[in-house]
Design a protein around this ligand. Structure first.
Ligand SMILES: [Zn+2]
Length: 266
C-alpha cells in the first residue's frame, strides 16, 4: 500500500485520521540553478527526499505524502535568468496556510512541511503560527539540509562558501537521483561564496549566520549560483540521503508520540 495522499479514497483517509497519521508536505520551488542543474532542482529534491523519509518511517508510524509544492517565492533578482516562478510571499503563505488548514479541518493533527528552498522558512513559519492560533495544532517546518548538515559536513569537499544555492549539497543529490540532469561539464566554482565575516557565514550547511541578510545582496553571481558544485559526488549524496532518513526517522517518531500534557514522559 502506498503512502501517497492523492492515491487514497476518502474512507482510507478517514482511517489515517483515526490513526493520527503524520502528513508530509514537500515544498520546493522552480528557479534557475546556474548552468548545470535543472530549474526544478528544489522541487525534485523535495519530492525525492520526502519519499525517502516516508519509506524509512512507514513501518513505525502512519504517514502520508502530499503532492510536491513546486512553485513559491524567490526574489526578483533570480528572475534575471529564465526559470523562476515568483509567487508573491503573501500569496505563497496563504496557499500553504490553506493547504494546512484543509488538513486541520479534516482532522489531521500532525503535518510536517519538508522545506527544500532557502527562501521559504519565514513564510512556512508564519503558517505554523496561524494554524496554532486557529486550531491549537502545532505543525512543523523541517529542512533536509539542516537535518543532514552534520553528516554532510564530514564528507564534503568544498570548503566554507560551497553551499548556498546550486552548490555541493544540491549538485550531489541531482547527480545521484537524475545523473542525466546534472551537467557536470558546466560545473564551476566561479560563484563560490567568498564573503565571510563574523556575521555572514557564507555557507548554509556550515551555519553560523548571525543576521538575516540575503546572499543575493552580498555577492554578485556570474551564472546564478552561490556555491561550488565542482566536487559534488554520488558518495556525498548517499551520506546526505542516509542522514536525512535516519534523522527524520528519529524526529518523526518523537513528533508522532509527543503529547503536550504528558510532562512526565518528556
Ligand atoms: Zn535550490
Amino acid at each position: 500500500m502506498s503512502f501517497y495522499f492523492g492515491e487514497k479514497t476518502w474512507p482510507e483517509l478517514k482511517e489515517y485520521i483515526e490513526k493520527d497519521a503524520v502528513v508530509l508536505l514537500p515544498v520546493g520551488e522552480m528557479e534557475e540553478h546556474s548552468l548545470y542543474l535543472p530549474v526544478d532542482t528544489d522541487a525534485r529534491i523535495a519530492k525525492y527526499l520526502t519519499n525517502e523519509i516516508a519509506d524509512e518511517v512507514k513501518d513505525d508510524i502512519p504517514v502520508l505524502v502530499m503532492p510536491t509544492v513546486w512553485s513559491g517565492y524567490t526574489p526578483k533578482f533570480v528572475g534575471h535568468w529564465p526559470g523562476a516562478m515568483r509567487v508573491r510571499p503573501q500569496v505563497f503563505t496563504d496557499m500553504i496556510h490553506d493547504i494546512c488548514a484543509s488538513l486541520a479541518d479534516m482532522g489531521f493533527n500532525k503535518v510536517v512541511m519538508i522545506d527544500c528552498h532557502g527562501q521559504h522558512a519565514p513564510m512556512l513559519n508564519i503558517v505554523t503560527k496561524l494554524i496554532a492560533d486557529e486550531y491549537e495544532k502545532y505543525f512543523v517546518v523541517a529542512s533536509p539540509l539542516v537535518f543532514s548538515a552534520k553528516e554532510f559536513n564530514k564528507v564534503r569537499k568544498s570548503g566554507r562558501g560551497g553551499v548556498s544555492h546550486a552548490g555541493e549539497w544540491e549538485a550531489s543529490i541531482i547527480m545521484k537521483i537524475n545523473p542525466e540532469l546534472a551537467r557536470t561539464e558546466h560545473f564551476t566554482d566561479k560563484d563560490k561564496m567568498r564573503y565571510q565575516t563574523d556575521f555572514v557565514s557564507a555557507d548554509t550547511a556550515l551555519g553560523g549566520q548571525k543576521v538575516c541578510w540575503s546572499s543575493w545582496g552580498i555577492q554578485k553571481t556570474v551564472n546564478g549560483a552561490l556555491g561550488d558544485p565542482t566536487q559534488a559526488s554520488i558518495q556525498t549524496a548517499d551520506a546526505i540521503i542516509n542522514a536525512v532518513r535516519k534523522n527524520f526517522k528519529k524526529f518523526l517518531n518523537e513528533y508522532y508520540t509527543f503529547k503536550i500534557n504528558d510532562l512526565e514522559q518528556i
